[in-house]
Design a protein around this ligand. Structure first.
Ligand SMILES: [Zn+2]
Length: 174
C-alpha cells in the first residue's frame, strides 16, 4: 500500500538534503518512516523522558480523549501531541512537498491538518489545554524543556483557579 513517494523525506538533521533518502535501503527507509509516523517515535520518547526527568507523571496514547493524545497529564488538565513535521505540516523545512502526485498529497495533508484542528478544538472544549511539540524542536533540548515547563506551569494555574466547565469533562467524549 505504501507509495514510494512517502519515504522520500528529508532527514530531520540535514537541511534540504532530501536526496539522501533515495539511496538508503528499503529496510532503513522503513525504519525512518516508523520513526516519523508511528507511535513511540524518537521525538515522542524524548519528550516523555524530558517530562519524566522534570518530575511530571503522565499517561500515554489515551484512547478516551479526542485524537488519542500522545501524552496526558490529568492533574494539570493538559495534553501534549508530538507531531511529525512532514505529516502534520509544520512551517519548517521538514514539511516539504513531494514532487509527484501533488493532488493526492495536498488532500492527504489537508485532511491531517483539519483532523488535528478538530481534535484540538474538542479537547479545548472539554477543558483541556493542548500543546503541540514538533519533531524539529527536539534538536534543542534545553529550549524544549523550558517550553514544556512553561506550558505545564500555566496548566497548573488554570487547574487550580476556578473549577467551572471542568466537572463534566471527565466523561468520555461522544
Ligand atoms: Zn518542524
Amino acid at each position: 500500500m505504501r507509495r514510494r513517494d512517502e519515504v522520500r523525506l528529508p532527514s530531520p538533521h540535514s537541511k534540504g538534503r532530501a536526496k539522501s533518502w533515495d539511496i538508503v535501503s528499503p529496510k532503513v527507509r522503513s525504519a525512518m518512516m516508523s520513526r516519523i509516523r508511528g507511535k513511540n517515535t524518537t521525538p515522542e520518547l524524548l519528550v516523555r523522558s524530558l517530562l519524566y526527568r522534570c518530575g511530571y507523571r503522565f499517561r500515554i496514547h489515551v484512547k478516551s480523549l479526542p485524537g488519542r493524545p500522545d501524552i496526558v497529564l490529568h492533574s494539570r488538565r493538559a495534553v501534549i501531541f508530538v507531531h511529525g513535521c512532514f505529516w502534520h505540516r509544520h512551517s519548517c523545512g521538514l514539511a516539504y512537498q513531494p514532487k509527484t502526485r501533488a493532488r493526492f498529497w495536498a488532500e492527504k495533508f489537508a485532511g491531517n491538518v483539519e483532523r488535528d484542528r478538530r481534535y484540538r478544538r474538542r479537547l479545548t472544549n472539554l477543558g483541556w489545554r493542548v500543546l503541540v511539540v514538533w519533531e524539529c524542536e527536539i534538536d534543542d533540548e534545553l529550549k524544549l524543556g523550558r517550553r514544556l515547563r512553561e506550558f505545564l506551569t500555566d496548566s497548573m494555574q488554570v487547574a487550580t483557579s476556578g473549577s467551572h466547565a471542568r466537572t463534566k469533562s471527565r466523561n468520555r467524549p461522544s
